[in-house]
Design a protein around this ligand. Structure first.
Ligand SMILES: Cc1ncc(C[n+]2csc(CCOP(=O)(O)OP(=O)(O)O)c2C)c(N)n1
Ligand SMILES: [Mg+2]
Length: 319
């Protein structure tokens, strides 16, 4: 386990709580059908977003998947704008046009979710190439799942970025499932980071539930990429503590898997580390309570906003 700086760890804990509580609020609103349609939650994977984004600058660009609420929050997209988006409100970050799985907020460096598995990676290469041409010291981070590692687009993007030494960080959020199928049932070698070698770039597997390890690893590879040494593939091991989508019964999970995963989940783990460092339990409770107040206020404001106007549906769209 990595050693921690208490101030940074408290900030990380707060950021992870806000993401977790956002997802819990979305679950509640989806259950009531106040939010409608497909929803993919990132509960359990929060350390990846907070640690990785914490290692980047405001100029860097993030490309996520449909499981993207946590990345958006980590990029600084306001919870109110995200909730309003999922609620189809005029005040949503994409005025209700993107919904849970397809929103973006470029003004926060969040270049968007993408529901096509693997499709964010070639787009991130484009962003990195543009940084190169404009001589801007930005990196493009593309996040995708373990299942996406078997998509052609990911391999094309890795080859392209490696050949041109583009500043791309390929972040594989390995939650060990692609929808309802364990990754181990679909590949000969489940150590996905090894594939980086085939493209001539560094590949690493790290504990994606350790926010400090994530930050340090991403900081290292972002520095390399910014200095012109090219991309890297970082496989971050994690678990989602919920279904693939809202409503997934998870009957495919072996008995006891979730209970065991909860022992390693990032929030409880960082809380345990802070307690061991001598931070009082009431201080940690206060961090969680502040996050709860923040999300409750965001939800109230989002719910009070007007629904997107159907007459303007063709506005604010880019193709
Ligand atoms: C090109 C494409 N193929 C198939 C799908 C259907 N699909 C949606 S999510 C998913 C599983 C992806 O798993 P993984 O990459 O591990 O990401 P996770 O959902 O675990 O975050 C699949 C196959 C899709 N959306 N796009
Ligand atoms: Mg997966």
């Amino acid at each position: 386990m990595t050693s921690i700086d208490t101030g940074q760890a408290l900030a990380d804990l707060a950021a992870m709580h806000r993401i977790r509580l956002l997802e819990e609020k979305i679950t509640e609103l989806r259950k009531q059908q106040t939010i409608q349609g497909s929803v993919h939650l990132c509960v359990g994977q929060e350390a990846i977003y907070v640690g990785a984004r914490g290692a980047l600058t405001g100029e860097d660009r993030v490309f996520s998947t449909y499981r993207g609420h946590g990345w958006a929050m980590a990029c600084g997209v306001p919870a109110e704008g995200i909730l309003a988006e999922l609620l189809g409100r005029e005040t949503g970050v994409c005025r209700g046009r993107g919904g849970s799985a397809m929103f973006s907020a470029a003004d926060h460096g969040f270049y968007g979710e993408n529901s096509i598995v693997g499709a964010g990676a070639p787009i991130a290469c484009g962003a990195a190439l543009s940084a190169r041409v404009k001589k801007e010291p930005r990196v493009a981070l593309t996040a995708f799942g373990d299942g996406a590692m078997n998509q052609g687009a990911i391999h094309e993007a890795m080859n392209f970025a490696a050949y041109l030494d583009l500043p791309v960080l390929f972040i594989c959020e390995n939650n060990t499932y692609a929808e309802l199928t364990p990754i181990a049932d679909t590949v000969r070698d489940a150590e996905l980071h090894k594939r980086a070698a085939a493209y001539g770039m560094p590949g690493e597997r790290i504990d994606g539930n350790d926010v400090t390890a994530v930050r340090e690893c991403v900081a290292h590879h972002a520095r390399r990429a910014r200095e012109g040494h090219g991309p890297a593939l970082i496989e971050m091991m994690t678990q989602r503590l919920v279904g693939h989508y809202y409503g997934d019964m998870q009957s495919y999970r072996p008995k006891g898997e979730l209970t065991e995963a909860k022992q390693r989940e990032p929030i409880a783990r960082l809380r345990g580390q802070l307690l061991a460092e001598g931070v009082a339990a009431f201080e940690l409770d206060a961090v969680e309570n502040d996050a709860r107040t923040h999300i409750e206020a965001a939800a109230a404001a989002a719910l009070a906003a007007p629904l997107a106007n159907a007459e303007t549906v063709k506005e604010h769209l880019h193709a």
